[in-house]
Ligand binder design. Structure first.
Ligand SMILES: *Cc1c(COP(=O)(O)O)cnc(C)c1O
Length: 362
């Protein structure tokens, strides 16, 4: 049939997210050095939007990465199929029926009750999850010791962990209190691979006694909370470019885009760009967003649409097919976009849409 010979690879994405292997590697090295332990790198939510396969491949050969952490059993299965050659740790509770499947894949499982400890197959490896104050997942400290001891008796206890609720806040009193509660449980267990710090914890608390791993997510991808920006030289690893698909002039006084919110103050050369809110550009950034085009900062004008947005490129030498930069390691950052959109870097990165092609660069 004729259909089979149509070359759909000619039909390519309008927006590209490129991940720098060098920048990621540098961030991982700096974070591991500050934490004083190897990393359990969170690659949940498609590696914070960067592309699971791309990040897993870089992490797999990085000497400071012990293993990879995922949020869901589904992600664990996808990652196991990529065969990263390093341990995979699941961070949220699997359904009972998923436990043997995950154990057969070698995925390390979170355990937070005696019933879960008893239900593990003998070849499973468990990370005891302790809730020291986040009130999200895990066993309470007073119950955790008994569960950990049972896991050890069964020969399946590999790790124990907790998660900080406020390590990226300026006030660290509660984070230290959580760490003391964690230490109290660890003191009653045989030696395990203990892990507590996320990125905020590494940056704010530094080396923590008795820890075997740390779990920096957003910091690995290059971002620190404002008050911790100077602790380590982290580099944002993603560059987001999209293509100009159309150029036209709006006459003075004409309105642009849905709702007619913005009116051209003069005849205005507009570039229509293939990156909209379905691709991850926050719709709430309408009226504030800027981009870099032909080396200049220019305003996004009118409502940001689902698939497109319009940029004032008056007096610039641009053509259809040229790239517009939405964010990168220099110039406009993900943090700027998040600020315009009334959200944070986590949400902008993980909100990148499926149409955005993920690429790796050296
Ligand atoms: C997401 C997550 C992390 C990473 O958090 P960051 O703030 O991105 O460093 C670490 N541990 C757990 C349990 C998580 O869910």
């Amino acid at each position: 049939m004729a259909r089979a010979s149509i070359n759909v690879t000619m039909l390519y994405a309008r927006a590209h997210a490129r991940t720098s292997a060098a920048a990621l590697s540098g961030n991982l090295q700096a974070l591991s050095r500050r934490a004083g332990v190897p990393l359990l790198l969170p690659v949940k939510a498609d590696a914070y939007g960067h592309g699971l396969d791309i990040v897993a491949r870089i992490a797999a050969r990085h000497p400071d990465v012990w293993g990879l952490a995922v949020a869901t059993p589904q992600e664990a299965g996808t990652l196991a199929a990529l065969n990263p050659g390093k341990p995979i740790v699941l961070l949220t509770p699997p359904r009972p029926a998923e436990v043997p499947v995950l154990a057969d894949l070698g995925v390390r499982l979170p355990v937070a009750s005696l019933a879960e400890a008893e239900a593990l197959p003998p070849h499973a490896r468990a990370h005891l999850k302790i809730d020291t104050g986040m009130n999200r997942l895990g066993a309470r400290p007073e119950d955790a010791v008994r569960i950990g001891q049972r896991l050890a008796e069964r020969g399946v206890l590999e790790g124990a962990y907790t998660h900080f609720a406020t390590s990226d806040e300026p006030d660290l009193e509660f984070a230290w209190e959580q760490f003391r509660r964690f230490q109290g449980v660890l003191a009653e267990l045989p030696p395990v691979l203990a892990h507590a710090s996320n990125g905020g914890g590494i940056l704010s608390l530094g080396k923590l006694p008795g820890m075997g791993l740390a779990r920096p997510g957003l910091a690995s991808y290059g971002f620190a909370p404002p008050h911790l920006k100077d602790v380590l030289p982290l580099t944002p690893i993603m560059t987001l470019d999209a293509e100009i698909t159309h150029l036209h002039t709006a006459r003075a006084g004409e309105s642009v885009s849905y709702g007619g919110l913005w009116h051209a103050p003069r005849d205005t050369l507009l570039a229509t760009v293939g990156f909209g809110y379905a691709d991850g550009m926050p719709r709430n950034a309408t009226g504030q967003a800027q981009v870099t085009v032909a080396g200049e900062r220019r305003a996004v004008v009118g409502r940001i649409c689902m698939d497109q947005c319009m940029v004032d490129v008056t007096d610039l030498q641009v053509e259809v097919g040229d790239s517009v930069r939405f964010w990168g390691p220099e110039g406009i950052t993900v943090g700027d976009v998040a600020g315009w959109g009334g959200t944070n870097e986590y949400e902008v990165l993980t909100g990148l849409g499926a149409r955005v092609e993920r690429l790796a660069e050296a």
